[in-house]
Write a protein that binds this ligand. Structure first.
Ligand SMILES: C[S@@+](CC[C@H](N)C(=O)[O-])C[C@H]1O[C@@H](n2cnc3c(N)ncnc32)[C@H](O)[C@@H]1O
Length: 280
């Protein structure tokens, strides 16, 4: 294989590791990304004193605890996120989808609202959802609101729990909202503790069937900018599990370039004024 030329590791060493990462996390690297994945693998090999790629593979495949496999996966995933990401979509959520669900629930006198930010990274997305609810649900205090943010990366979830962000992360938040929900300390922006009463964080792998089954009765699921890193089969699996977690009438919001179309025929496409969504 021509690619082997530029690599310290051979493609035949990388493939089984790449395949194990895919099997466990859904994240897929084709050969064009071997240069990137090779750098991360060699770094982890050094950290674990593995003398060869084969030895490292045995460690991640057969070790009783999955700590090193976790470390590798975390080192291979992208945590890029920020508050108010994809504003047109968030406006569709707050101005169109949310009032629909609230009206339905009010009719049934069911004042519970459950929202899941699946693959939430440092928490910017679930905290954004909290702010949007505070701003758009007139009788907020009447509702039992649960927002859960999950991610495979336990380091990034620690950051999410702290709720402390640099200027880049908050740059798209309207100034009035920023001063209302955050305190600025030494150039960092800390979300008010009040938000943490509503937003809970848990380590969950989207490919773990058992963990995924624990999620149910969701009104909204945000699963944005993660499935782009998955292969087609894993994407389908995740979307189907999210479908199962939703209430009838609940919505899934995907990332900008992602679509449920090819993944599941079960969802109904909903065209809001500013973006598309899918409804169970
Ligand atoms: C680019 S961030 C997206 C964050 C946020 N949803 C957004 O759109 O701004 C992708 C996140 O997916 C997480 N991730 C990747 N594979 C995952 C898996 N199998 N299960 C859960 N989270 C995963 C990564 O750790 C990372 O934090």
């Amino acid at each position: 294989m021509g690619l082997e030329f530029n690599l310290t590791l051979k493609a035949e060493d990388i493939v089984p590791i790449r395949d194990l990462v895919l099997e466990v996390s859904g994240v897929y690297f084709d050969e064009n990304k071997f240069y990137f994945i090779e750098k991360r693998i060699t770094k982890r090999m050094k950290a674990t004193n593995s003398s060869s790629a084969k030895e490292y593979y045995r460690l991640i495949k057969f070790a009783e605890d999955k700590k090193e496999l976790d470390e590798l996966i975390v080192s291979l995933t992208t945590n890029e996120t920020y508050f108010y990401r994809n504003i047109p979509q968030l406006e569709s959520f707050a101005e169109e989808a949310l009032p629909l669900i609230l009206a339905e629930k009010r009719k049934k006198k069911d004042f519970r609202l459950k929202i899941w930010s699946a693959a939430c990274s440092s928490g910017d997305e679930p905290y954004t959802v909290y702010i949007l609810l505070k701003e758009n649900v007139p009788d907020f205090s009447k509702w039992k609101i649960e927002i859960v943010g999950t991610d495979i990366d336990h380091y990034i979830l620690e950051k999410a729990r702290k709720g402390c962000y640099d200027r880049r992360a908050v740059k798209d938040i309207p100034a009035k909202i920023l001063s209302q929900y955050f305190v600025e300390e030494s150039g960092l922006f800390k979300i008010h503790d009040e938000a943490k009463k509503y937003v809970e964080f848990r380590k969950v792998n989207l490919m773990d069937r058992r963990e995924m089954r624990r999620f149910s009765e969701m009104d909204f699921v945000f699963c944005r900018n993660v499935l782009i890193y998955f292969d087609a089969d894993s994407r389908k699996e995740v979307v189907n599990r999210i479908y199962d977690s939703l209430n009838k009438g609940g919505f899934i919001f995907l990332g900008h370039s992602e679509s449920v179309g090819k993944l599941s025929a079960a969802f109904k496409l909903v065209k809001f004024n500013k973006s598309l969504s899918y409804q169970k």
